[in-house]
Design a binder for this molecule. Structure first.
Ligand SMILES: *[C@@H]1O[C@H](CO)[C@@H](O)[C@H](O)[C@H]1NC(C)=O
Ligand SMILES: *[C@@H]1O[C@H](CO)[C@@H](O)[C@H](O)[C@H]1NC(C)=O
Ligand SMILES: *[C@@H]1O[C@H](CO)[C@@H](O)[C@H](O)[C@H]1NC(C)=O
Ligand SMILES: *[C@@H]1O[C@H](CO)[C@@H](O)[C@H](O)[C@H]1NC(C)=O
Ligand SMILES: *[C@@H]1O[C@H](CO)[C@@H](O)[C@H](O)[C@H]1NC(C)=O
Ligand SMILES: *[C@@H]1O[C@H](CO)[C@@H](O)[C@H](O)[C@H]1NC(C)=O
Ligand SMILES: *[C@@H]1O[C@H](CO)[C@@H](O)[C@H](O)[C@H]1NC(C)=O
Ligand SMILES: *[C@@H]1O[C@H](CO)[C@@H](O)[C@H](O)[C@H]1NC(C)=O
Ligand SMILES: *[C@@H]1O[C@H](CO)[C@@H](O)[C@H](O)[C@H]1NC(C)=O
Ligand SMILES: *[C@@H]1O[C@H](CO)[C@@H](O)[C@H](O)[C@H]1NC(C)=O
Ligand SMILES: *[C@@H]1O[C@H](CO)[C@@H](O)[C@H](O)[C@H]1NC(C)=O
Ligand SMILES: *[C@@H]1O[C@H](CO)[C@@H](O)[C@H](O)[C@H]1NC(C)=O
Length: 696
């Protein structure tokens, strides 16, 4: 019994001793080489290190801060964060000559420790066992010595935050074992060495914040292990090489703040693991390839701001599941927000789409963003509840919202797109931009004249009708004179009829025709089909695809007033009455030519009908007096509608025999509606304003 106990106790003791001794051995590894000890002491004095960090009388391997040893030799030195003695800091210099005698040194870290001067050339020749060299933020200047390319054991080279000048030595391309290369925040110039293409083990390449120029070498695309590529804040030019799409392990791509141009290669779709794509503030252009982004995508941050991108944003970008920040501001992106309801929860994502050409309504797509900046676009309609309160929406075309674009701005944008701006909320404070002053007074005179002459002329109209009635009784012969149903004019004030109830509705503007359809309908606008050159546009007859005869007004914006067709569209969108010529559609796709398509009136207009002889060659008959009366009443009804039933009242301004069109039953359809104006109308702008104003 006793024996066994003693044996057990002894065994236990032995065990304890064994562990103790191995533990001691590791902790108390001693610096055996006297050369290395001398070298460390040399380093201590040349750098002016304090006794607190490196106390002089004890063993460096076991006691000194930042020293690690292996097999009695120094393997790591870390003086990062050290302070120099008072004397040492008086004249700090890059004096590390003693390092040459530390032949087994694997890692030297002086990050943040000031070493003013240049990296000694012998570094590359003598510190051959070095694996990690960290000289970041050491105030080092001058060129990076090419001899560093001899340190083929290096896996990490950190030289960022210094004052290195000159070019990046291409010999660094020999460091094939390198996994991290950080040369950022220096003053390096020249181009990125092509030799970098052979750094096959590289995971991190940071060359940001330098003065590098030239293009991104396609060879970078061969660095298949690369996860972090930061080339931002340089002067790099030309386009992104398609080969970059081969970096399937890349997580961060930062090319911001350069002068890169061209469009993005669709090959970037190969960046399957990309989480951050930062390419803002460059000169990129073109539209984004539809399949630019991989599906599924890991992307969290996409910054494309301040480039020249145009076209639509691929739908997939809005619905990326991990998206946190999408900044596409300051481009020429256009299109409407997708209306697809996303099945992603409200996230903390941010959207900045400001300063683009987006238009249309705000959609539930915005639900997923907790912060939204859509300023400087052409969004219209009401602001839905789900758009957060701190959203920035200024300078759009939104309804009942402050600081929006001017009406003219919005209308012409939408009209050029062939769309109609509905629900425009006029800002109640901003004044409409002043029109050209010269034209203003001129127009005022014209309008004043027509208003004052109005009462006289309406009297004339009444007299004419009475005269016509007389004539019917007196003689059966048709007068050969045109009936001068002339400028009809305003109505007595005080008409308080409700608005006609026509809201600003695109559908009342008929169909959208393509330019091709119009070419077909009119045989390429051949002269044979020309009806007449009008002051608001040239009229052509044509046959629509469905075989219906139509009249097409061709408005050349260079020779005709631009507002006229806008006004007419506005007019038709608000007003509809059987006494007005029916608008069948429009075609606004051409930049300089706009087209309005009306129903063809088989019996022409009053002037031609009056002069027509019975049994003329076109088979149409001259007017009998019953018809003439019908026409007079019809014209009066049409004008009465404009004057009394529209709010504000509308003045035709171009009533003459040729504006009174006659349908197949000789019912009057008023035409020449491009000259309409409101009674109170004084300036061009307020005319448009009134015409567009919605019922409150
Ligand atoms: C230490 O030296 C021994 C023999 O020289 C060798 O076997 C061992 O690998 C060395 N250890 C290290 C960490 O270099
Ligand atoms: C050098 O030391 C700093 C701490 O001061 C550390 O952040 C850095 O990663 C170290 N460098 C290397 C290569 O280990
Ligand atoms: C280097 O030394 C500093 C300061 O003593 C310390 O904070 C840092 O962690 C060390 N770095 C390494 C990689 O040992
Ligand atoms: C390195 O060690 C050798 C031999 O001890 C010595 O002569 C030489 O001066 C040392 N070099 C430096 C830079 O300390
Ligand atoms: C070290 O690099 C320099 C310059 O790159 C070169 O001339 C020299 O031959 C290299 N030495 C060794 C030992 O590789
Ligand atoms: C970097 O070098 C330039 C010129 O050599 C000098 O003007 C500048 O002060 C230096 N910057 C730092 C941080 O040392
Ligand atoms: C690259 O890294 C791997 C693993 O990290 C290593 O086995 C290989 O030797 C390295 N290649 C070079 C050329 O150093
Ligand atoms: C790239 O470098 C710049 C400057 O050094 C830095 O501001 C930026 O955050 C870096 N990009 C990424 C994705 O880390
Ligand atoms: C957008 O396009 C217009 C006209 O083509 C151009 O003048 C403008 O510079 C472009 N904006 C941007 C940010 O590229
Ligand atoms: C939304 O969040 C709820 C609760 O956190 C979760 O159950 C649901 O799966 C989420 N839906 C989606 C589409 O992420
Ligand atoms: C989006 O969908 C809703 C409901 O389906 C519809 O009311 C709305 O008009 C649509 N908006 C757009 C811009 O298509
Ligand atoms: C418009 O008028 C309303 C009510 O008077 C006011 O609350 C709103 O702030 C005004 N909007 C602008 C853009 O001035």
């Amino acid at each position: 019994m006793v024996d066994q106990r003693i044996v057990l106790a002894l065994k236990f003791l032995l065990l304890v001793l064994f562990f103790e001794s191995t533990f001691e051995q590791q902790q108390q590894e001693r610096l055996t080489s006297t050369i290395e000890r001398a070298a460390l002491l040399g380093l201590r004095s040349s750098l002016g290190l304090r006794s607190r960090d490196w106390p002089i009388k004890v063993d460096p391997c076991s006691v000194w801060n930042g020293i690690k040893c292996e097999n009695g030799s120094v393997s790591e030195i870390n003086i990062s964060g050290f302070e120099r003695t008072r004397i040492g800091s008086q004249n700090p210099q890059f004096r590390v000559d003693s390092l040459v005698n530390l032949t087994r040194l694997k890692s030297f870290n002086a990050s943040g420790f000031y070493l003013p001067g240049s990296i000694p050339g012998w570094f590359g020749q003598r510190l051959v066992s070095l694996q990690a060299l960290d000289l970041s933020s050491c105030l080092i200047s001058n060129a990076i010595p090419g001899s560093l390319g001899n340190l083929t054991g290096l896996t990490g080279l950190y030289l960022h935050g210094n004052n290195f000048t000159g070019m990046i030595p291409s010999s660094l391309g020999q460091l094939v074992g390198l996994s991290v290369l950080d040369l950022s925040s220096n003053m390096l110039t020249g181009s990125i060495p092509v030799s970098f293409g052979s750094l096959q083990n590289l995971t991190t390449l940071d060359l940001s914040m330098n003065f590098l120029f030239g293009s991104v070498p396609p060879g970078i695309g061969m660095l298949s292990k690369l996860q972090y590529l930061n080339l931002s804040s340089n002067d790099l030019t030309s386009s992104i090489p398609a080969q970059l799409g081969d970096l399937s392990n890349l997580v961060d791509l930062d090319l911001s703040f350069n002068s890169l141009s061209g469009s993005l290669p669709a090959e970037l779709r190969g960046l399957r693991n990309l989480q951050r794509m930062l390419i803002g503030v460059n000169l990129f252009g073109g539209s984004l390839p539809v399949n630019l982004f991989p599906v599924p995508s890991q992307l969290q941050t996409v910054v494309l701001k301040s480039n020249g991108f145009s076209g639509a944003v691929p739908d997939v970008l809005w619905s990326m599941p991990r998206l946190r920040l999408l900044d596409i501001s300051g481009n020429n992106f256009t299109g409407m927000l997708s209306n697809a309801s996303l099945n992603t929860n409200t996230t903390i994502a941010e959207l900045n789409a400001s300063q683009n050409l987006f238009y249309g309504d705000l959609t539930p797509l915005l639900r997923r963003f907790s912060f939204v900046d859509l300023s400087g676009n052409y969004f219209k309609g009401r602001v839905p509840d789900y758009v957060s309160d701190n959203a920035s929406l200024v300078s759009n075309c939104l309804r009942n919202f402050s600081n929006q674009r001017s009406l003219l701005d919005c209308t012409s944008f939408y009209t050029e797109k062939g769309l109609i701006l509905d629900g425009f909320g006029l800002p109640n404070s901003t004044q409409p931009p002043a029109r050209e002053d010269s034209g203003k007074s001129n127009r005022k005179v014209i309008i004043l004249a027509s208003v004052s002459g109005g009462f006289v002329l309406i009297l004339l109209l009444v007299i004419l009708i009475v005269l016509l009635l007389f004539c019917i009784r007196k003689t059966g012969n048709a007068t050969q004179k045109g009936v001068g149903v002339d400028p009809a004019t305003p109505v007595p004030s005080g008409s308080s009829l409700p608005p006609p109830g026509v809201s600003f509705d695109f559908s009342s503007l008929g169909d959208i025709y393509t330019y091709q359809q119009l070419l077909l309908a009119t045989s390429d606008f051949s002269d044979v089909n020309l009806i007449k050159y009008g002051h608001s546009g040239d009229l052509y007859k044509g046959i629509s695809e469905s075989g219906i005869p139509v009249v097409i007004k061709k408005i050349d914006l260079q020779s005709h007033r631009k507002e006229a067709y806008l006004l007419e569209l506005d007019f038709f969108s608000k007003v509809s009455n059987p006494r007005l010529v029916p608008l069948l559609g429009h075609c606004l796709e051409k930049e300089n030519e706009k087209f309005l398509i009306y129903k063809h009136m088989p019996n022409g207009d009053l002037s031609t009908s009056l002069y027509r002889k019975t049994n003329s060659e076109d088979g149409l008959k001259s007017l009998d007096w019953i018809t003439r009366l019908k026409i007079a009443i019809g014209a009066a009804e049409g004008l009465s509608y404009l004057h009394h039933e529209c709010t504000p009242p509308i003045v035709h301004r171009d009533v003459q025999a040729s504006s009174i069109l006659l349908d197949d039953k000789f019912e009057v359809r008023l035409g020449s509606l491009s000259e309409v104006c409101t009674q109170e109308g004084d300036t061009q702008h307020s005319r448009i304003t009134r015409l567009l104003r919605l019922p409150q």
